[in-house]
Design a protein around this ligand. Structure first.
Ligand SMILES: NC(=O)c1ccc[n+]([C@@H]2O[C@H](COP(=O)([O-])OP(=O)(O)OC[C@H]3O[C@@H](n4cnc5c(N)ncnc54)[C@H](O)[C@@H]3O)[C@@H](O)[C@H]2O)c1
Ligand SMILES: [Zn+2]
Length: 354
């Protein structure tokens, strides 16, 4: 079968590799669509980061580069191991792409995303969504209803990132949120917030992304920080109080600073960004307002909820797909587009069979 393999920085090859074989407790999936994530771009430009460098095997997967890429994917079950009794061939699924130790349980109440040596399928080994087929441990395979389109379903993984950020914020229906940065993560976080009944403000620079935030209705209002003082606008709409929660989705220090001004006293800021550099944080602002600044990584028992939101039509993922390509175009039409023409895109998805 064909697969996109990461060898090293700027060295991704489309190759013919062996098909994975089914093992006890596992499920074989034909991949339908796989999204390209900002993390994949970081690996391409600056990596290996999550990817174990050649000769340095990951402690759980035992693999190192070259590895198959792709962690945002959907597909159809083709075969299940004898001991898997609750899934059958033909079932549409998405994968929660974790590589986590076998003795760590993945159930409500367990922060398995924080377990030692956690990594991701499609980065740390165990195949990836940028290949025709994959075999995945049953516990990471989530069934989705037949009426959910498989191209839309490829965005359930980043949507779960947004949902976990929402959970970490402690926000509830009726609260007011300000999201800084409307890339794929900011937009999908906003989609979750809107679906959960919050009022959502977005700050963004790119015209295309501002338009996307407005068209999709994930934001009640969109501000451009070059035109207005965003924190001031948020306070004006909240009787001077400020937003209950803020989400940093840009990895830009001025956005974090804006959030410190835009949230209310005792408000919460969730930092979703994975920073390439250490930002300066205006601690006096944080202290004097008793702001809680919290982190969020991946997802943990979030897939069930976001799948339900998508199945019930409360979130429409279609408008966030801005490109569809085949595996051969991965670097030229996918990675390079997202690197040089990022603001014209939200999600580019790949059909590994095309
Ligand atoms: N915590 C997690 O588990 C997790 C998972 C996936 C991605 N991430 C991280 O989330 C972050 C966002 O990812 P993405 O793919 O959406 O990135 P992105 O770069 O596509 O989006 C960032 C957006 O911020 C906007 N922006 C830049 N400067 C701004 C400013 N001054 N004011 C307002 N907006 C501004 C940009 O125009 C862009 O649209 C990244 O750091 C990524 O690594 C975190
Ligand atoms: Zn990702």
């Amino acid at each position: 079968m064909r697969a996109a393999r990461y060898y090293d920085r700027k060295d991704i090859r489309i190759e013919e590799i062996e098909e994975p074989t089914l093992k006890p407790g596992h499920v074989a999936i034909d991949v339908a669509w796989c999204g390209i994530c900002g993390t994949d771009l970081h690996e391409y430009l600056e990596g290996p980061i999550f990817i174990p460098a050649h000769g340095h095997p990951h402690p759980i997967s035992g693999e190192s580069a070259p590895v198959t890429l792709g962690h945002e994917f959907s597909g159809t079950v083709t075969e299940v191991a004898e001991d898997v009794t609750d899934l059958a061939p033909g079932q549409k699924v998405v994968v929660e792409p974790y590589i986590i130790r076998e003795d760590v349980e993945a159930r409500p109440g367990v922060d398995y995303q924080l377990s030692k040596d956690m990594n991701f399928i499609g980065l740390g080994g165990r195949g990836g969504g940028l290949s025709e087929k994959i075999v995945v441990e049953r516990r990471w395979v989530h069934p989705i209803a037949d009426h959910v389109a498989l191209d839309h379903a490829a965005l359930i993984e980043p949507l779960a990132v947004g949902h976990h950020a929402f959970v970490r914020s402690g926000a509830k229906t009726g609260d007011i949120a300000i999201v800084g940065g409307a890339g794929p993560i900011g937009l999908l976080t906003a989609a979750v917030l809107k679906a959960e009944g919050l009022t959502v403000f977005i700050s963004e620079l790119s015209e295309a992304r501002k338009a996307k935030a407005r068209e999709t209705g994930v934001a009640d209002e969109v501000f451009d920080p070059r035109e207005v003082d965003v924190a001031e606008e948020v306070r004006r709409r909240t009787d001077g109080r400020g937003a209950d929660v803020g989400f940093e989705c840009s990895s830009v220090p001025v956005v974090l600073d804006m959030l410190l001004d835009a949230v209310r006293p005792a408000g919460v800021i969730v930092n979703v960004s994975i920073w390439g550099h250490k930002p300066e944080v205006d601690m006096p602002k944080l202290v004097l307002k008793e702001i809680a600044l919290v982190g969020t990584i991946g997802y943990s028992n979030d897939h069930q909820r976001v799948i339900k939101l998508v199945e019930e039509g409360k979130i429409d993922l279609g408008p966030f797909i801005t490109g569809r390509i085949g595996l051969d175009g991965l670097v030229s039409e996918g990675f390079e587009q997202l690197i040089t023409n990022n603001e014209a895109h939200v999600k580019i998805i790949v059909d590994p069979r095309a």
